[in-house]
Ligand binder design. Structure first.
Ligand SMILES: Nc1nc2c(ncn2[C@@H]2O[C@H](COP(=O)(O)OP(=O)(O)OP(=O)(O)O)[C@@H](O)[C@H]2O)c(=O)[nH]1
Length: 210
């Protein structure tokens, strides 16, 4: 198989959102994940931006289609229209800004209402490299995550720490959910079986087989 054909082969396609207040580093996280570089000239996102990448999760190739949304309030009605069908989300705050942490509940409510009640969300406390300016402790954010059934990592789009992990952990949890919904599926045969549902139910409607 050619390099291009290989790189476009995947078993699953998941729609992901990156949400959270303006300036928390959403665009930089997406850029670091895709390009493995820090985007040091990042401007406010206008509406939404898009990126995609294929990752290997436990031997399965998963294509992530990622929508990076503007955090500014004035774009809220535009960004909300992109939530539908998302299977996963990175919910981002800035560890040096309590204001961005205080806004998390609103973002989460939107995600669960507009995407799905069962959307898999990973909370990302970004700018971990700025520990000296921290306004939100790891412990309180962990508690928030636990209370709201979120996964949680502190990340740095600047150093790259935990960036890949955030996307991969979210994708892995979605795959685990699919496996629990379809326990009888023999994964090696999945792409060959036209009768298998391509779209999983129970809030996993963002999943489309590749
Ligand atoms: N030190 C540090 N700075 C970061 C990090 N991530 C982003 N930044 C900086 O934070 C600022 C905002 O980053 P963006 O990625 O544009 O933020 P955003 O959340 O996409 O903002 P909106 O598009 O307005 O919603 C920029 O000046 C980045 O350089 C990080 O991990 N560490």
């Amino acid at each position: 198989m050619s390099q291009t054909a290989m790189s476009e082969t995947y078993d699953f396609l998941f729609k992901f959102l990156v949400i959270g207040n303006a300036g928390t580093g959403k665009s930089c996280l997406l850029h670091q994940f895709i390009e493995k570089k820090f985007k040091d000239d990042s401007n406010h996102t206008i509406g939404v931006e898009f990126g995609s990448k294929i990752i290997n999760v436990g031997g399965k190739y998963v294509k992530l289609q990622i929508w990076d949304t503007a955090g500014q309030e004035r774009f809220r009605s535009v960004t909300r229209s992109y939530y539908r069908g998302a299977a996963g989300a990175l919910l981002v705050y800035d560890i040096t800004s309590r204001e961005t942490y205080n806004a998390l509940t609103n973002w989460l409510t939107d995600a669960r209402m507009l995407a799905s009640q069962n959307i898999v969300v990973i909370l990302c406390g970004n700018k971990k490299d700025l520990d000296a300016d921290r306004e939100v402790t790891f412990l309180e954010a962990s508690r928030f995550a636990q209370e709201n059934e979120l996964m949680f990592l502190e990340t740095s789009a600047l150093t790259g720490e935990n960036v890949e992990e955030a996307f991969v952990q979210c994708a892995r949890k979605i795959l685990n959910k699919i496996e629990s919904v379809h326990p009888g599926v023999i994964w090696s045969e999945w792409p060959l079986s036209p009768c298998r549902p391509a779209v999983a139910t129970d809030g996993l409607e963002g999943l489309v087989r590749g």
